[in-house]
Design a protein around this ligand. Structure first.
Ligand SMILES: NC(=O)c1ccc[n+]([C@@H]2O[C@H](COP(=O)([O-])OP(=O)(O)OC[C@H]3O[C@@H](n4cnc5c(N)ncnc54)[C@H](O)[C@@H]3O)[C@@H](O)[C@H]2O)c1
Length: 484
């Protein structure tokens, strides 16, 4: 099949490479000359595991090419995917200007029948707008479908190649046949292709992301209750998640969801619901809570270390909004680092892949960047952890403590066992678990009922207070799933 993918960001590039890998002729088109030049030089503009070799082999095989000539890509293809960005507008609604600009280009350039698919995340009713825009510029027949994308950055190739399901909103049998044919190589292991009407497909994407975001915000509010009472959110999470009606996924508390999707999609769905008279109060609460949760580490640190951080050094581990990506859009680290700078701190950050992104688009030279995570700790008065990168999960605690001037850790991802941290000589603050101070007996040996709850900034001797109990006590919580 001859395919054009318009927009070569995370979604377009991955979709284009994967469609080429299954034997199609794919042209990826973008108006960003710099991006296309990079791709034509064999450089990959984003960090996504496995993408580089996939692109290289398909370019070499002649199945994948890159261009800024969108009209030419449209003319040479039967099927056109729109995969451009849909960033939030001022009022939280999805900004459709890029999608509709592509629709205009398609209408003006097409010289025969086309199947056009919105892969961008777009509000219900957008396919209708795309159709009207195309049809206002051409008399050629067009099928306009919705095929929302569910891939996760960091695992995008795997998600695209082996999707849980493929959702297709179609307007004709011909479009359904074309897309079924295109996707059948990706569902050979029995996963479903769900064919539905176009508005249902458009809503499905927002509903899925908003459901996941709701679970995260819900668990973050439960974590707050655990903090207020001295309970352990890890135990609660396991107690809740083992209910087969609920399941374990997306129940990890943390410092709020970020990235290019959840924040904007929750806002956009709430906006659409308000416009159409549906009750959006759940989503508004999810969004508000998430904004506040992103300040958790900063507020704790300011309460514990003091509001004036002049002369203090704070180490930061993790800038990306989640592991295995360099994406920092809406990352909680943005909130913490800006707050630390405002309070006068010297900030030394480490991230395995997001440093270029941080330097170029966010912090410039206002912070320092360490070559490895231990270098970031030299002389630090505190460490803040934002991202659960693998190398942070089992660090050399002695080396950490020796490097830091004051061994205080604010962990937004619950990477470590509080008992172990106390034994290793750290004051340790995590999410939904009592803080601990150095030198106490291991919390795993402590009675569940001992002491009262420890509140924020009230790191007590773990002797009798910083306890962990029940499921997961004494063991590290283990890797979280890649969430948002
Ligand atoms: N990133 C994700 O994990 C993810 C997952 C699922 C769905 N989505 C959705 O997919 C869409 C794309 O997301 P992304 O993260 O790939 O965006 P992105 O910002 O990484 O890439 C968008 C690309 O579109 C290009 N573009 C803009 N206007 C154009 C035009 N008129 N013609 C050609 N190219 C144009 C931009 O130059 C850019 O390269 C969004 O709607 C997003 O919500 C993203």
């Amino acid at each position: 099949m001859k395919i054009a993918v318009v927009g070569t960001g995370y979604v377009g590039l991955v979709a284009g490479a994967c469609f080429a890998e299954s034997g199609n002729d794919v042209i990826c088109a973008d108006i960003d000359q710099r991006k296309i030049d990079m791709l034509n030089r064999g450089e990959i503009p984003i960090y996504e595991p496995g993408l580089e070799p996939l692109i290289e082999s398909n370019v070499d095989a002649g199945r994948l090419s890159f261009t800024t000539d969108v009209p030419d890509a449209v003319r040479r293809s039967d099927v056109i995917f729109i995969a451009v960005g849909t960033p939030p507008g001022e009022d939280g609604s999805a900004d459709l200007q890029y999608v509709l600009a592509v629709a205009r280009t398609i209408g003006q350039s097409m010289q025969g029948e086309k199947v056009v698919i919105t892969k961008s995340t777009v509000p219900v009713g957008t396919a209708k707008l795309v159709r009207e825009t195309i049809e206002s510029a051409t008399d050629h027949p067009v099928h306009v479908c919705s095929n929302p994308e569910f891939l996760k950055e960091g695992a995008a190739i795997e998600d695209f190649m082996k999707p849980d399901r493929v959702v297709l909103g179609v307007d004709s049998e011909k479009a359904a046949d074309t897309l079924r044919h295109l996707y059948s190589p990706f569902v050979r292991q029995g996963h479903q292709i769900l064919i539905m009407d176009v508005p249902s497909a458009e809503i499905t994407k927002y509903a899925a992301n908003s459901m996941l975001a709701t679970r995260i915000s819900f668990m973050n509010s439960i974590a707050q209750l655990c903090e207020a009472t001295g309970a352990d959110v890890d135990a609660v999470r396991q107690g809740v998640g083992t209910d087969s009606r609920i399941g374990q996924s997306f129940l990890f508390p943390g410092i709020g969801y970020g990235g290019s999707c959840f924040p904007k999609d929750v806002k956009a769905l709430a906006r659409t619901m308000n416009e159409l008279g549906a009750d959006a109060s759940i989503l508004e609460a999810v969004d508000d809570l998430n904004d506040r949760q992103k300040r958790t580490l900063l507020d704790r640190l300011l309460r514990r270390v003091g509001p004036d951080l002049s002369g203090r050094t704070v180490a930061v581990w993790g800038l990306a909004f989640k592991p295995n990506t360099d994406d920092m859009r809406e990352a909680p680290s943005l909130v913490t680092v800006e707050g630390l700078l405002e309070a006068g701190a010297r900030v030394v950050a480490h991230d395995p892949v997001a440093v270029d992104e941080a330097r170029e688009h966010h912090f410039g030279d206002r912070i320092e960047y360490a070559a490895n995570n231990y270098d970031a700790l030299e002389g630090a008065d505190a460490l803040v952890i934002h991202t659960e990168w693998h190398p942070y999960r089992r660090p050399d605690f002695q080396r950490m403590r020796a490097a830091m001037s004051t061994p205080i850790v604010f962990d937004g991802r619950n990477l470590y066992d509080p008992g172990v941290m106390s034994e290793q000589g750290f004051e340790y603050h995590s999410i939904g678990r009592p803080p601990v101070v150095p030198g106490g007996a291991s919390p795993r040996h402590r009675m569940a009922a001992a002491g009262s709850g420890a509140a924020d900034g009230d790191a007590r001797s773990s002797n009798g207070l910083g306890r962990r109990t029940g499921a997961g006590a004494g063991s590290n919580p283990g890797p979280r799933e890649a969430e948002d």
